[in-house]
Design a protein around this ligand. Structure first.
Ligand code: FNR
Length: 191
């Protein structure tokens, strides 16, 4: 059956390079996979009081959407050597109320990027720290650090750097295998 993977982009900016990477992945989805962007910009800042009372109307559909996914791909820039607050907010919203972590068990891919040659390493690994706690099995290799992203695209937002395009296709292939393996291992045959 077709698997649905959600792509969460850690940038709200219209011209975001992370969004362009997301578009490339969607256009190059492996066979039997649907990749779709999930918006996080409309999620109000998380406040723990919401867990006991009424929560913002954007929370419930977001949590349901995450729960329905077969996997998650994070594409994040680095802000001040960490993940952008908007991404951390989405992670926090999805993780609560306590005991109802929507992220749990979703096979995950992490992609970081940067307009410098440091390629978002700090954001990549800060994100991984949260994924451990959220119990998201995460592809370890290949790691995906994209440097100097401003040079990878043409005026139509198309990824024209062939090396990066080939690398990202390989990454998607590895991730799809990882997802298949994960579901195979977690299948409990009926008695
Ligand atoms: C940045 N940028 C940045 N880059 C980096 O490599 N390490 C960093 O720590 C930071 N810090 C940082 C903080 C803030 C507040 C901004 C706005 C930017 C630059 C960043 O890589 C660049 O803006 C990217 O283009 C952001 O990704 P999108 O929006 O293109 O997806």
């Amino acid at each position: 059956a077709t698997k649905t993977i959600g792509i969460i982009v850690g940038s709200l900016r219209k011209g975001s390079f992370s969004k362009k990477i997301a578009k490339f992945l969607i256009d190059n989805a492996p066979a039997d996979y649907t990749l779709e962007r999930i918006e996080i910009g409309d999620l109000a800042l998380y406040n723990q009081d919401y867990d006991e009372g009424e929560s913002p109307s954007s929370y419930a559909p977001f949590r349901e959407k995450i729960k329905s996914l077969d996997g998650v791909i994070f594409i994040t820039p680095e802000y001040n050597r960490s993940v952008p607050g908007v991404l951390k907010n989405a992670i926090d919203v999805g993780s609560r109320p306590y005991g109802q972590n929507a992220w749990e068990g979703k096979p995950t891919l992490v992609i970081s990027s940067s307009i410098s040659n440091l390629s978002g390493f700090g954001a990549n690994h800060h994100l991984r720290q949260s994924l451990v706690f959220l119990d998201m099995p995460t592809l370890q290799q290949p790691e995906v650090y994209l440097a100097n992203v401003q040079n990878l695209f043409d005026d139509n937002d198309y990824l024209t750097n062939e090396d990066t395009a080939n690398f990202l296709r390989e990454v998607l292939d590895s991730y799809a295998k990882f997802v298949e393996q994960y579901f195979k291992n977690s299948f409990i045959p009926p008695e």
